[in-house]
Ligand binder design. Structure first.
Ligand SMILES: C[S@@+](CC[C@H](N)C(=O)[O-])C[C@H]1O[C@@H](n2cnc3c(N)ncnc32)[C@H](O)[C@@H]1O
Length: 426
């Protein structure tokens, strides 16, 4: 497939996800868009994300005009083209002629399909816009949908699917905590929880204050974990699964003495870059949290555990194509082991914040109830979750904060997250 245009790059990314089960991140990191200039690279990514969020709509618009399934590369080109026309409002003429060109230039196998691409897209482009709009949001894969239905019911699950289709705005955390000033500076919205939200496309590194490290990108839901830990200046805080460091930055900005630990050296290198850009300091350790022999007297430990990442589908629409339920048991067992480990590293009376960017109770509520059963004297501190902007209904019976993509649906949603603050009473 030709790569030298943003549309070609987008089709290649979509194909990589749907056919090769390769994440967008991995493809981009391994150079899938390296032949494009930076603005086209960004456009290719945006278009691939939009296409993956709208695959069912694209397929519904294309279906009446396809007599049989086209080869995967052609299908990806068609899907990207109709997404650009219907979701982004691009002029059909230019989109169709480039898609035909792409088919022609992409190799012998696809060349023969160029006339078909032309005929199908010309007719599909005439489809009334309502045919696109009336399609329901893409259903989640059965393994995930079933679990969400059991946990939250049908209406909430459909609302989450709708939130996934809408995508995610860009949320920032101000280093000095002054969300009103940052919102005014960048023309964003100050969110009730203290993050700043920007809508519309933005090149992050071009925004005022990026180079100076005045803020960092962090979803509003993710920002609540460090807020629940409420670090005080001078407190010794361990960030146990720290990279790439959004929460480390929050803890350090609050004046805590932070030890940031992560298993992954490349991810820790990104954490160090982030600290340097924001002119913040933390001790950094590359180690396995399960075997690391550190001091066991931290005032607080933040455990942002590895998880299914099902709370981040708004920004990672490739995820439902890549994951299935296999591995869930293992990751839940790792979370329990990490939580047990975190509890050994905090001083008596200290606190452990457990967080995952997952929508699944087995990676959230059930982890906390099981830990409380395993450890006498351990309690979930509900008061720690009574933070500005947190609605009381988001705090569950077990004392954990359940955040979902359909929360704040009128202001652009939030990532799915679970956060609990545990205290050792021994
Ligand atoms: C959800 S991410 C952390 C995100 C981070 N807290 C932030 O706010 O930017 C989970 C991290 O856990 C790390 N990890 C996984 N297993 C680990 C282990 N056994 N010990 C330490 N870190 C681990 C991964 O490398 C990954 O960076």
């Amino acid at each position: 497939m030709a790569e030298e245009t943003a549309r070609g790059g987008a089709a290649r990314l979509v194909l990589g996800v749907t056919e090769d089960r390769q994440s967008l991140g991995d493809q981009i990191q391994s150079g899938a868009l390296s032949r494009l200039a930076p603005p086209d690279r960004a456009r290719a990514q945006r278009l691939a994300l939009a296409t993956l969020r709208n695959l069912n709509r694209a397929d519904a618009v294309l279906k009446p005009f396809l007599r049989k399934a086209p080869p995967p590369a052609i299908r990806a080109t068609l899907r990207v083209a109709v997404t650009e026309i219907f979701a982004e409002g691009a002029a059909a003429h230019g989109v169709v002629s480039e898609a035909v060109d792409l088919a022609r230039r992409s190799g012998r196998k696809t060349e023969a399909f160029a006339p078909m691409v032309n005929a199908v897209l010309r007719r599909a482009a005439e489809t009334p816009a309502e045919a696109w709009a009336k399609q329901p949001p893409a259903p989640l894969p059965g393994w995930l949908r079933g679990r969400l239905m059991s946990a939250y019911g049908k209406a909430a699950t459909l609302a989450m699917e709708a939130a996934h289709a809408r995508g995610a705005p860009l949320d920032l955390t101000p280093k000095d905590g002054d969300a009103a000033a940052l919102a005014a500076r960048l023309g964003g919205e100050k969110l009730p929880t203290g993050s700043v939200r920007l809508t519309g496309p933005a090149q992050v590194s071009d925004l005022p204050g990026y180079a100076e490290g005045d803020w960092w990108v962090q979803d509003a839901a993710a920002a609540l974990a460090a807020k629940a830990l409420a670090p005080r200046p001078g407190e010794r805080v361990l960030d146990l699964c720290a990279a790439p460091g959004g929460k480390t930055l929050q803890l350090a900005a609050a004046g805590a003495c932070v030890t940031a630990l992560d298993l992954s050296a490349p991810r820790m290198a990104r954490l160090e870059e982030n600290l340097a850009r924001c002119r913040l300091a933390a001790e950094t350790v590359v180690a396995d949290a399960l075997t690391w022999e550190g001091a066991a007297d931290f005032d607080a430990v933040l455990l942002d555990a590895p998880c299914s990442a099902t709370g981040t589908i708004r920004r990672h629409p490739d995820l439902p194509h890549l994951r299935d339920a296999s591995g869930l048991k293992e990751i839940a067992a790792l979370q329990a082991a990490l939580l047990d480990r975190a509890l050994t590293l905090v001083r008596p009376g200290g606190r452990v914040v457990f967080a995952t960017c997952s929508l699944l109770p087995e990676e959230g509520e059930r982890q906390v109830s099981a830990a409380i059963e395993r450890h006498s004297g351990l309690v979930a501190d509900r008061d720690a979750l009574a933070l500005p902007g947190v609605e009381p209904g988001w705090i569950g019976a077990g004392g954990g904060l359940r955040l979902r993509p359909d929360h704040w649906s009128d202001r652009g949603g939030m990532d799915g997250f679970f956060i609990a603050c545990l205290r050792r009473r021994d």
